[in-house]
Write a protein that binds this ligand. Structure first.
Ligand code: FES
Length: 161
């Protein structure tokens, strides 16, 4: 990927090149590219004078960041204890089957990434699935198709504009 150096630098200058703004800068980059490209991290490292290894440490600590390209839509299936006993693994299997990928992977068309999480902190409404920040409570295998369709529709709608 060809990283626009000026764009990355503009994210850094937006926060007055302050080291304490590192997470905000990384959020900007993640939003722009859907992941944190190595080249962008190198630019941030040089501009803020923070060792690259420290930036990668921060990037790998937070789930919101990804060092690998992610799909346009991020599907997160909760596999915490409460969701697990209510059928989380079966729901995950259905997403894997329908998307033809395993957890941790991205579809070939780069539309969907599938991830699991230990607990989303809303166990009472489990099993929980989150897609692009939208929470789906008491998910069942039968709901998986309609959840995915919603985001496939968004794709088609955007393509026709
Ligand atoms: S176990 Fe799924 S939200 Fe807590």
């Amino acid at each position: 990927m060809d990283i626009q150096e000026l764009k990355v630098k503009s994210f850094v200058t937006k926060y007055n090149k302050e080291k304490k703004a590192l997470i905000s800068i990384l959020q900007n980059i993640q939003e722009e590219y859907n992941y944190l490209p190595q080249e962008a991290l190198r630019i941030v490292s040089e501009t803020l004078n923070i060792p690259l290894i420290n930036i990668i440490g921060v990037a790998t600590f937070y789930r919101a960041f990804s060092l690998e390209p992610r799909g346009k839509h991020l599907v997160t299936v909760c596999m915490g204890t409460a969701c697990h006993v209510r059928g989380g693994p079966k729901i995950l299997e259905e997403f894997e089957r329908k998307l033809n990928i395993q957890a941790g992977e991205t579809t070939k068309d780069k539309q969907f990434s599938l991830e699991i999480v230990a607990c989303l902190g809303c166990c009472a409404i489990g099993p929980v699935v989150v897609v692009d920040g939208d929470y789906y409570a008491q998910t069942t295998i039968r709901k998986v198709g309609s959840i995915l369709k919603k985001y496939m529709k968004i794709k088609k709608k955007n393509e026709s504009n």
